[in-house]
Design a protein around this ligand. Structure first.
Ligand SMILES: Cc1cc2nc3c(=O)[nH]c(=O)nc-3n(C[C@H](O)[C@H](O)[C@H](O)COP(=O)(O)OP(=O)(O)OC[C@H]3O[C@@H](n4cnc5c(N)ncnc54)[C@H](O)[C@@H]3O)c2cc1C
Length: 490
């Protein structure tokens, strides 16, 4: 027998009874952006809610994946488009000085000094030569604040618990099986929400799903992000600016050895000496155990290689060290459910909101052609797996083709999707109807009351702390420019 080959052989799993750990109204599997939105919204709307998360912290990619850029919260004109629970999370971070973003009065500004400054700091804050609202967050503080949010909402949370399959009665989801140090157990629930990011529950339901991704797309890649601390960025930047040709040659050398050339500055208060690397590794599948293991190991090998190179060759990195590699592999795209409606590339170019719009996503700068259509609308139906009852998908596995998913499976977007799913689940239970039959006017009213932004309704000033901390230290010795008509902007 070839020990390196996977076998196709099967054995029946021995039958055994599973202890029912809890019975609840809504069980949410996965505590990432989608799951946080779903669990907090369901519980706040009166549903007895259980949240299951495989790791020891909440936040998914936004904390454990070291993906701490929360982008595209306003459109090119500076109008906020994603608020609700996402903005509440930012407000909480803001109170602790654990995030950084351009102040509200400069959103939409096209002043060249501001553009240059923010491009330098965080290119996600500049789109189509205008300042947009994007936030950099502190991952560690986030983990704590997300705990507060679920606990305050009275969500019963199980960390270190891996959701393995839904319990189905025909086409209807009635609970979830999960594994943990306490063994295999079940949660019985009136409504199940898959927020695993990867759509882990889907293969055990009648729902169809896609896994195809064009290898050239962003979401086709796995990542192992890492942070390097104790970098003298001023020295590094002086060297780069004074030796452009040598710098470019070095980065080429590094890349040819398999290293990672580009990095972001941390941009957070008191993290002036930290830089972030967000590599991309192509893979055959993001839900294949052997591929996940291969890339996890490759990522660490490349991280060491990269740091060794920078330390040896780049001024400013002499005393640097690897302070953190992401506790979880960066997964961008896996299963995408076939929902009652599939959001497609065509919808990205369509100005028409849906009757059941539950979230508005600003354009991501898809090129000049897209400027005519700066907003994309997400219908509630794209969270409902076709042919399955009492199951919602509230994460990047929402019903979308690969192009729509590539643009809109981001963190704030998944929180918004989750918030709508959790709210709809609680409302369905209040109304004693299936999630599919929930009253749309009622859902809209609840979302608006939660500060969610929907098309056709007036928006309030939703940044609660407009005077709160934004980054103050100068970039490489240069002071931040003033906005043309504002005294306090950066
Ligand atoms: C390297 C990289 C860079 C990115 N850059 C950005 C960026 O700059 N800005 C941005 O907004 N987005 C970015 N993204 C995309 C974004 O991070 C994700 O699309 C987003 O986090 C999706 O949220 P989610 O809730 O669907 O899934 P995830 O964030 O993956 O969260 C899923 C959660 O479910 C848990 N889980 C999974 N399976 C199970 C299970 N079976 N049982 C229990 N728990 C489970 C996971 O542990 C995790 O907590 C990036 C992604 C990567 C990988």
């Amino acid at each position: 027998m070839d020990r390196d080959k996977l076998t196709d052989r099967m054995i029946p799993e021995p039958n055994k009874n599973i202890r029912i750990a809890r019975e609840c109204d809504v069980v949410v599997v996965g505590g990432g952006p989608g799951g946080i939105g779903a669990a907090v919204a369901a519980a706040r709307n009166g549903a007895k809610t259980v949240l299951i998360e495989r790791y020891g912290y909440l936040g998914g990619m936004g904390t454990g994946g070291l993906v701490t850029i929360i982008p595209c919260l306003s459109d090119f004109n500076g109008n906020m488009q994603i608020a609700g629970i996402n903005q509440e999370w930012i407000d909480r971070l803001d109170k602790r000085e654990a995030c950084s973003y351009p102040r509200q009065e400069i959103w939409g500004a096209d002043d060249q000094h501001l553009i240059e400054y923010w491009n330098d700091r965080s290119f996600f804050s500049v789109r189509e030569e205008k300042i947009v609202y994007s936030v950099i967050i502190d991952a560690e503080v986030s983990k704590c604040l997300l705990n507060d949010m679920v606990n305050e909402a009275k969500v019963k949370t199980y960390l270190h618990a891996w959701g393995t399959m839904p319990l189905m009665e025909g086409n209807k989801a009635v609970g979830v099986v999960f594994e943990s140090k306490s063994g295999r157990q079940a949660i019985m629930a009136k409504i199940v929400i898959d927020s695993t990011g990867d759509g882990d529950l889907l293969p055990f339901t009648p729902a169809g799903f896609d896994t195809d991704i064009d290898p050239k797309m962003r979401i086709a890649n796995l990542s192992l992000c890492f942070w390097i601390d104790n970098v003298n960025l001023q020295k590094c930047e002086d060297f780069r600016r004074g030796n452009t040709a040598a710098w470019n040659q070095m980065m080429e050398d590094l890349t040819s050895q398999g290293g990672i050339a580009g990095f972001f500055r941390s941009n957070l208060p008191n993290q002036e000496n930290v830089v972030w690397f967000h590599p991309r590794y192509s893979c055959k599948s993001q839900i294949d155990l052997e591929e996940l293991t291969r890339v996890e190991m490759l990522g660490r090998e490349r991280m060491l290689l990269t740091h060794d190179y920078f330390k040896k060759n780049i001024p400013g990195f002499e005393s640097s060290f690897i302070v953190l590699s992401s506790p979880q592999l960066g997964t961008r795209g896996a299963r995408r459910v076939h929902g009652d409606y599939m959001v497609t590339e065509q919808d990205l170019n369509n100005d028409e909101p849906f009757e059941d719009t539950i979230a508005v996503f600003p354009d991501l700068d898809r090129g000049k052609a897209s400027i005519k259509h700066p907003l994309t609308y997400i219908p509630y139906r794209s969270l409902l797996p076709k042919g399955v009852d009492n199951l919602l998908v509230a994460c990047r596995a929402f019903s979308s083709d690969q192009t729509a998913n590539n643009f809109f499976n981001l963190i704030p977007h998944c929180i918004a999707i989750g918030e709508a799913a959790g709210t709809a689940a609680a409302l369905a239970l209040d109304q004693s109807v299936a999630p599919r039959d929930v009253d749309l006017a009622g859902l809209r009213a609840r979302l608006l009351a939660q500060n969610v932004i929907l098309p056709g309704y007036p928006r309030k000033n939703r940044v609660k702390n407009p005077e709160a901390y934004t980054y103050r230290a100068p970039r490489f010795g240069r002071p931040p420019p003033k906005a043309p008509n504002a005294s306090k902007s950066e």
